[in-house]
Design a protein around this ligand. Structure first.
Ligand SMILES: [Zn+2]
Ligand SMILES: [Zn+2]
Length: 331
């Protein structure tokens, strides 16, 4: 009898006392094995959540670093003359890692006890079915988008902008790594939109598995990194789903400082009219395209419109920064 293959004798091994492992799929077996191997469910969930976040975030940003290094892709760059330098990307990475370790790590560590308190499944196998997962993930997308739409606009209010959100606006032409380049307080405030949906869902329905939440967080990270990529390809998702925001929508927010406050979808800004400048800009570019300009003329026109939007953005930022409690400060 070999002890090497025996299950570790700890609390976790008791979790699966009544589980028939032959009925599980490969991923479910790996899941249970992880909890058994770590031995402590709080540590197992915390570590897995943090690793998932780091691997997905940086894993998704790396292809964009490569794309930025290849001139062939410039024709799809939204602000073609603004390629991030290696120094900018490194400075951004350091700030992102700082936020991850100071804000996200403690929050993620607290997540397991919080999830269990609200009745979310963590170590349990088997996983829920796809029919259960898909509508839940769709709900989290819609909830986060609306939460972000309001919270992001609040962050553009003078005192909050100056002390918190200004860091995220350091790059008028964002790049993948800059998705979470933000003040730790902003990571916390906007991150709430990502985890509040699942918490509310669990409170009311009590049938959410953390595996579903991982799928949601993975997709949300893809959305955030891609929205900051600075590229709009003919095959980008927004050309397939017209209500999807994508980089083309969020890039304008960074360039012009105003408009386009939501994350995944276009409808909140459309309904609230906070996309008026963006649509006027788009209409001018589309008209230029229809007018049959040469590629060179179109590029010049685009550069001029971008410079104009950015100039207006700098002014709008100054005005926002001068707003103090209850009034606009006149310089
Ligand atoms: Zn903003
Ligand atoms: Zn952004």
């Amino acid at each position: 009898m070999s002890n090497v293959t025996a299950l570790p004798h700890n609390d976790a091994s008791l979790l699966y006392a009544n589980t028939d492992f032959t009925q599980l799929n490969w991923l479910e077996v790996q899941w249970a094995t992880w909890y058994l191997w770590i031995g402590n469910p709080i540590l197992a969930t915390g570590l897995m959540s943090f690793l998932l976040h780091e691997i997905v975030y940086f894993g998704r940003a790396i292809p964009w670093i490569i794309v930025d290094a290849i001139p062939y892709f410039r024709k799809w760059k939204l602000q073609p003359n603004k390629i991030p330098t290696a120094a900018e990307q490194w400075a951004c990475t350091k700030q992102v890692l700082f936020s991850h370790f100071t804000v996200e790590l403690p929050v993620i560590w607290l997540f397991h006890p919080m999830a269990e308190m609200f009745g979310m499944s963590t170590w349990q196998v088997p996983f829920p079915s796809w029919q259960a997962i898909l509508p839940q993930v769709a709900f989290f997308f819609v909830f986060e988008d609306m939460f972000h739409f309001f919270a992001h606009q609040a962050l553009h209010w003078g005192p909050l902008y100056k002390h918190i959100h200004k860091i995220h606006h350091q790059y008028p032409a964002p790049f993948g790594l800059a998705a979470e380049y933000a003040h730790p307080a902003e990571v916390f405030i906007l991150g709430t939109g990502t985890i509040l949906g699942p918490i509310l869902y669990t409170m009311f329905r009590r049938d959410l598995h953390i595996f579903t939440m991982y799928i949601w967080i993975t997709l949300r990270l893809f959305q955030a990194v891609d929205a900051h990529s600075g590229y709009d390809f003919p095959w980008s998702l927004q050309h397939i789903l017209p209500f999807w925001s994508g980089a083309e929508h969020h890039d304008f927010h960074h360039m012009a400082f105003v408009n386009n406050f939501s994350t995944s979808f276009r409808w909140c800004d459309r309904i609230a009219g906070t996309d008026n400048k963006y649509r006027a800009y788009r209409a001018r570019l589309d008209a230029a395209k229809k007018a049959g300009l040469s590629a060179e003329e179109y590029a010049k026109m685009e550069e001029r419109l971008n410079a104009e939007a950015e100039r207006e953005g700098v002014e709008a930022e100054k005005i926002a920064e001068n707003v103090t409690w209850g009034k606009t400060k006149v310089q």
